[in-house]
Write a protein that binds this ligand. Sequence first.
Ligand code: NCD
Length: 310
Amino acid sequence: MGDYVFNQRHLLGLADYSAADIRHVLEQTRTFREILERPVPKVPTLRDKTIVNLFYENSTRTRISFELAQRRMGADVVNFSAATSSTKKGESLKDTIRNIGSMKIDMVVVRHESPGAAHFLTKCVPAAIINAGDGAHEHPTQALLDMYSLLVHFGRIEGLRVSIIGDITHSRVVRSNIIGLTKLGAKVTVCGPKTMMPPFVEELGVRVTYDLDEALRDCDAAMALRIQMERQDGALFPSLREYHERFGIRMRHLEQYPDFVILHPGPINRGVELQSEVADHPRALILDQVTNGLAVRMAVLYLLSGGSRV
Ligand code: NCD
């Protein structure tokens, strides 16, 4: 990668990142993962930066992870949550960001229910924009932390067989993962009820199956996803119990297929996409994913701040 230069200004989605860009973020993540192991896991990298976290949708892990990443790097952090802001008084996203923008900010982390919201913000303020989830479109830092977790566990991504199971139509996590994993040479299978499978999904370069055993039989990693109830119009499956019986990963699968590891972006609905014992099983990398998420976000913040002081 001799002449490689990372020259992305924003992180709106992995669709805009080349395989080399993604590898570079994962490489930087390794550095920050090491920093997190230090007795004082802090660096002054973002000491002169001001960052706004703009959250219009609910979030636990992603919001805490971004904020912690920013504080560990010494940034000035402002948190905006739609539930307690003037959005409730009718202010538009554009007016909100323009007002925040006149306070001289360097970066904005945004989560919003509308696909394209992060892209829209790039037109409104001269700050680096990081997409923390825009509707059913993309959630790039989640896919990066998933890929980093796979990389650490398997030592490679190329050639890995990853099965993603659940609500394929409404999940932004699956979109970003399909884009990122296929760019790095993994073989992706998607599996879920027909009513949650988007048409033409094969065109994204994935294999499709409606049979969970088929998805698990020869995979290296299985990623279970939450059913995105908030993005569905009507009932797309008969009952949660039936969903669990057909698409929930259970202990019987771990016994029958002894090799694969389990990922889940959270929040988990125990007894739906994962049997509770599976979520807590040593083959589940779920809590490693959360720790790695912090390092991935530090790496992304560092790269997009244009800084050089690690
Ligand atoms: C995901 C999200 O918000 O898209 N959660 C997360 O960021 N950890 C997945 C989900 O909500 O199901």
